[in-house]
Structures are given as structure tokens and as C-alpha cells.
Design a binder for this molecule. Structure first.
Ligand SMILES: NC(=O)c1ccc[n+]([C@@H]2O[C@H](COP(=O)([O-])OP(=O)(O)OC[C@H]3O[C@@H](n4cnc5c(N)ncnc54)[C@H](O)[C@@H]3O)[C@@H](O)[C@H]2O)c1
Ligand SMILES: O=C(O)[C@H](O)COP(=O)(O)O
Length: 596
């Protein structure tokens, strides 16, 4: 069975879950049927990959052995380090996936050079500021990271720098190695009882906080998005940015580099700090205005800084910041422990292989993260959504531009209880792919919708009843268009199709204002006819003559002997001649053949 690029067709083995989110040109349909089995043993988990033509993965920075070993079982792995942008662009057109750390800029040029082949970028670490996410999304390329395996290493490095700075370890070491014995020069400061402001109370920030509390420090944190109860649970008070920087003796930075955090520490903010504050940065160099930091160090506002990360890496040899006598520096070593690197390598190898195989990676950073449980539950609705989108757009008469679409989910569950983003994406896919050459997947669905000027409105109708089943029905309406099948226009003037899942199989249950019931497999012929005996037989025998198997027939009528819609599901494509003959049946007023 041919699998559609974004999702599998229906006849999946019983233990399979949804979905090929990335639509692999190089990977066959087999990938699409064995997904989201996160807890399977690795060898079973990726066995499908092993059976197929191997994908090619470019590993552009050093990766732990365990991860490489895993990748090599299922893919051709090209380990090429220190590539120039030109070399990277040349190689990338032959690769299905790319794995990098923080040292490789994955810019728009790289995605353009891949000419659509690159399906996944794996960032072996947390920060994805070196990957052009907008370009990745536009090219339908998934970006995954490895967000957990280096948390402790980064936190430990932060604490190591904090203590080394407070006790002048690096400077004293250099001094003694130079043959000096400068005990009074390197008198340090104590940590106990001092206030540490942790800026960014995420994974690393909270681990640093825990450890700093163990050292007897008073820890406050600033993070606009962190829940106060998580902070309270480890005895940390969340405070405003202002309060954090004015009251801290030590500041430790743990936020991501984003447009709103870039140079968040600058001349203005340094001026508000306690004179003699000490600063640790294991986050990203760009969150500090480095020239302002040099000025703050020169005048003693900042007594010392301990820095693992820099705006430019490596920093220039003559960097005033690195050379400053009150700066302790390390070359981006936060994640560099044996344990973290092995962990990160395995985490990213699994994420990349899973994504190549069609799983929706739990660590995707440019696609909605939908849990495996939700995906499994929504599987038949994902199929239904795409087919409704396909049907609806094929009902539009040529020349009518599709711009206004409404999706209505009828469910006993509220929005908090049911995540429908994946359904929206597959409806977009269904709407766009039959009428364009673009390739739509979960990653780029919204982008493509926007590009085409498609405005989607979503509505939830909350039903009484059991929330056991996630959805009762999905309705897709296209407004302000004409239809090539007039009966698809509802009494309110828009193209309307509605579907439900019955016994795990998607069904079309409404066209225009007519109720029908036809399973959405194969293709569909819709006929409007005057309801009269013998119609089903007439159409059935025309199709039977050329051996077209009718999988389903359903008649939806307004009233006996009045107009009715006959929906006929067919497994094979009927010939033009047969379709013409159906059209010639005197009671048939209009008909349309729709490919699913
Ligand atoms: N030096 C290293 O080798 C190393 C290793 C690991 C992580 N890191 C970096 O450390 C940072 C944190 O990593 P993490 O794993 O804890 O990420 P995380 O996503 O778990 O935590 C980041 C936190 O920053 C918060 N945040 C966002 N904007 C903020 C703002 N304006 N002010 C305050 N807080 C804000 C977020 O709410 C989040 O809680 C990242 O930049 C990451 O790249 C560096
Ligand atoms: O964001 C991260 O994970 C760290 O900065 C680690 O980067 P690295 O993989 O280049 O060591």
C-alpha cells in the first residue's frame, strides 16, 4: 500500500502507531507503519530502518561513540568535522540527516543546498541558536535536540566556575606554575550566606540552584515562564529581573539566547548591580554585551566574571574580555563530560533515527510536540483529517481561490484535554498537496498555509457524553468558493464535508447538507440523483463491468423520491468511459470523482 507522505494509510499492523511526519523521499512506506514505539528495544525499534536502503547521516562535529555506533547500525554515517560552509553545502545535498553541536552554523544556505533531501537536523545538545529554525521550517526539515543529557554537566560546570572564580583558582594556578607564591594576592570570597541570582530557572538553572543551596547560598531566581511552585519546592524565590540583579552578590546565567535575551546584561543593567557583583555565564555569550562587561569589570562594578561561552567562538586571541585579569574562562566546556557526551550522543542518535523512521520526535523544536500517547489515540483522526482536506479542496471549482477555511472539532473533551494541532496540520496538508507541488508535513504546514494566504479558523464544539473517544466528528468548510459539485455547497453557501471515525475507520458522513456514510478508503464517486429504485444497481453494474471494486455505497437523501446524494467508495480508478456512463444515467444530475 502506498503511504501518503505525512501519514500512513489505514491498514496498519495492529501494533503500529501513526505516522511519517517528515515524508521521506528516500525512505519507503515501510517506515510509515512502525512508529512511536518509544519504549521498544532499540534494535527492534529501528529494525525497519535496517531493512531499507540506508539513509545517509552527516555527523559534522564529534559525537560520543555509543551514539555513533547506534547510527551506524541503521545508516551510512559520514563523520566530517570542521567543514567550511561551502563544504557543508556540497555534502548536504547527499544527506538525509545532519548532526551538529554548537560549533556548526546551520544557516539558510545549508537548507537551500540540501534541495529538499535533508529531513532532520539533530543538535547534539540543548542550544539551537546555531540552527536557522525559520529556514528549517520553511524547508520542511525537522530540528531535534538532546535537551536533557547534558543538564547536570552544565550545572556542575557552572558551580565549578563559581567556586573557581570566588577562590581565584585559575589565576593562582597560573601564578604558582610561573614559580610564584602569592598567598595574599589570591584571597577569595566566601559563598555561604551570599545571594545568588539564577537567571533562567529551567533545567540547568534549577540544578545550579539546588547545588548552590547545598553550599549555603541564598538563591533567588528570575524566569518569566517558570512556575513558582517548582522554585518553591527547592527553596528558591522567583523574583523580577530588576530585583534579581540589584540584590545579587553572584549572578549565574541560564537562559537561552533569543531575540529577547540578546545582550540582556548591558551598560544599563550593569549600572544597577551591586558594586562588586560576580558573574557566571554557562548559557550563551550573546546574552551579555561583552564590551559593556569589560567596562563593568574595569570600573569594578563586576568584580569577577567566569565565562564558558562567548559571542564569537572561539573568541579572538586578543579578546579584552578573555584576557581580563578578573575573568576566568573555559572554552565552552559546560557539556563536556564523558558521561554527558555519551548521553547526548545516544539521545540525539535515537531522536534522529526515530525522525527518519517517521516518528514525531519528542524533542522536536520546530514542530508541535505531541506525545506518543496522544498520537496513538488520534491515529485514525489524523487519517480522517487529511482525507477531509483532500476531499474539500477537490470539490472547489477551478478558478476559485481557497483562502477561508474553518475546521470544527466536535468532542466531549475541551481544548485542554485534546491537542488538535496535528489534525490541523494534516488538514492543511490535505488542502494544499492536491493543488500544488509543495510538500507539506507537520513541520511546515502552518508556514505553507500562510504562504498560500490560507486563513484557518478552528472551532471546538463541546458535546455531552463520554470523553473516552477523543472526537465525535471533524468538519471542514471552505468559504467564498464555487464547487464543481454543487451539492457540496451547504445551505449556508460554503463547501462542507464532515467525517467521523467508525470502528477505527474514517468515514465521510456529510457532504454539503446531505448526510452520507462512506468509508474513506480508495477513492469516491459522489452523485446527486433523484432518489429512485435501482440506482445503486445501475451504477454498481457499470463499475462491475470493468472490474472496479465498490467498497462502500451510501445514499443520503432529503426525503423519499426527492434528491439524494449517492457516495460510492471504489478501490480502483474507474475509466473515463465508466464515469461518463454514470453521468449519462438519466436520474443522475451531477457527479464528481474524488481521489483520496
Ligand atoms: N555551556 C554549555 O556547554 C551549556 C550546556 C547546556 C546548556 N547550555 C545553555 O544553557 C541554557 C539553558 O539550558 P537549559 O537546558 O536549562 O534550558 P531550559 O530551556 O531548560 O531553560 C531555559 C530557561 O530560561 C528561561 N527563560 C527564557 N527567557 C528568559 C528570560 N528572558 N529571562 C529569564 N529566563 C528566561 C526559560 O523559561 C527556561 O526556563 C541554554 O542557553 C543552553 O544552550 C550551555
Ligand atoms: O547548548 C548546549 O547543549 C551546550 O552549549 C553544549 O554545546 P556543545 O554540544 O557544543 O558542547
Amino acid at each position: 500500500m502506498a503511504a501518503s507522505p505525512l501519514l500512513t494509510n489505514l491498514k496498519l499492523p495492529p501494533d503500529s502507531t501513526v505516522v511519517s511526519w517528515l515524508g521521506h523521499r528516500v525512505l519507503s512506506s515501510t517506515f510509515h507503519v512502525n512508529c512511536c514505539r518509544h519504549r521498544l528495544h532499540q534494535s527492534r525499534r529501528f529494525s525497519v530502518l535496517a531493512m531499507e536502503a540506508k539513509p545517509t547521516i552527516l555527523v559534522a562535529e564529534k559525537l560520543g561513540d555509543a551514539g555513533l555506533k547506534l547510527l551506524k547500525q541503521f545508516a551510512n554515517v559520514d563523520c566530517s568535522y570542521n567543514l567550511s560552509l561551502e563544504e557543508l553545502c556540497t555534502k548536504i545535498s547527499l544527506c538525509d540527516a545532519l548532526i551538529v553541536r554548537s560549533g556548526t552554523k546551520v544557516s539558510r544556505d545549508v537548507f537551500e543546498a540540501s534541495a529538499g533531501r535533508l529531513r532532520v537536523v539533530g543538535r547534539a545538545g540543548v542550544g539551537i541558536d546555531n540552527v536557522d529554525l525559520a529556514a528549517a521550517t520553511e524547508h520542511g526539515c525537522l530540528v531535534v535536540n538532546a535537551p536533557t543529557a547534558n543538564t547536570v554537566a552544565a550545572a556542575e560546570h557552572g558551580i565549578a566556575l563559581l567556586m573557581a572564580m570566588a577562590r581565584n583558582i585559575a589565576q593562582a594556578d597560573a601564578s604558582i606554575k610561573a614559580g610564584k607564591w602569592e598567598r595574599s594576592k589570591y584571597v577569595g570570597v566566601s559563598l555561604v550566606g551570599k545571594t545568588l541570582a539564577v537567571m533562567g530557572f529551567g533545567k540547568v538553572g534549577s540544578e545550579v540552584s539546588r547545588r548552590a543551596k547545598g553550599l549555603g547560598m541564598h538563591v533567588i531566581a528570575h524566569d518569566p515562564y517558570a512556575p513558582a511552585d517548582r522554585a518553591r519546592a527547592i527553596g528558591v524565590q522567583l523574583v523580577s529581573f530588576e530585583e534579581a540583579i540589584v540584590s545579587a552578590d553572584f549572578i549565574s546565567l541560564h537562559m537561552p539566547l533569543t531575540a529577547s535575551t540578546a545582550k540582556i546584561l548591558n551598560d544599563e543593567t550593569f549600572a544597577k548591580m551591586k558594586k562588586g557583583v560576580r558573574l557566571v555565564n554557562v548559557a550563551r555569550g550573546g546574552v551579555i554585551d561583552e564590551e559593556a562587561l569589560v567596562r563593568a569589570l574595569d570600573v569594578g562594578i563586576v568584580a569577577q566574571a567566569a565565562l564558558d561561552v562567548f559571542t564569537e567562538e572561539p573568541p579572538p586571541r586578543d579578546s579584552k574580555l578573555v584576557q581580563h585579569e578578573n575573568v576566568t574562562a573555559s572554552p565552552h566546556l559546560g557539556a563536556s563530560t564523558m558521561e554527558a557526551q555519551e548521553g547526548v550522543a545516544i539521545e540525539i542518535a535515537e531522536a534522529v533515527l526515530g525522525a527518519l523512521k517517521g516518528e514525531l520526535a519528542a524533542t522536536a523544536v520546530n514542530a508541535p510536540m505531541v506525545s506518543a500517547q496522544v498520537l496513538s489515540e488520534l491515529k485514525p483522526y489524523v487519517t480522517l483529517s487529511e482525507k477531509l482536506g483532500r476531499l474539500a479542496v477537490q470539490l472547489v471549482a477551478g478558478g476559485s481561490g481557497v483562502t477561508n477555511v474553518k475546521i470544527t472539532y466536535a468532542s466531549a473533551r475541551g481544548p485542554d484535554d485534546l491537542d488538535t494541532r496535528v489534525l490541523r496540520a494534516t488538514i492543511i496538508k490535505g488542502l494544499i498537496e492536491p493543488i500544488s507541488s509543495v510538500f507539506v508535513n507537520l513541520v511546515n504546514a502552518d508556514f505553507n498555509a500562510k504562504q498560500r494566504g490560507l486563513r484557518l479558523v478552528e472551532e471546538r464544539i463541546i458535546l455531552d457524553g463520554s470523553p473516552e473517544s477523543p472526537l465525535d466528528s471533524i468538519q471542514v468548510q471552505i468559504f467564498n468558493v464555487e464547487s464543481r459539485f454543487a451539492s457540496a455547497i451547504s445551505d449556508f453557501g460554503e463547501i462542507n464535508v464532515e467525517g467521523r471515525v467508525k470502528y477505527g475507520i474514517p468515514h465521510l458522513t456529510k457532504v454539503g447538507s446531505f448526510g452520507v456514510d462512506v468509508s474513506l478508503e480508495g477513492s469516491i464517486i459522489l452523485c446527486r440523483q433523484v432518489d429512485q429504485p435501482g440506482m445503486i444497481g445501475k451504477v454498481g453494474s457499470i463499475l462491475g463491468e470493468e472490474n472496479v471494486n465498490v467498497s462502500f455505497m451510501s445514499v443520503g437523501r432529503m426525503a423519499p423520491r426527492k434528491q439524494a446524494i449517492m457516495a460510492i467508495g471504489v478501490d480502483e480508478e474507474p475509466s473515463r468511459k465508466s464515469l461518463r456512463r454514470i453521468g449519462e444515467i438519466s436520474a443522475v444530475e451531477e457527479f464528481v470523482y474524488l481521489k483520496l
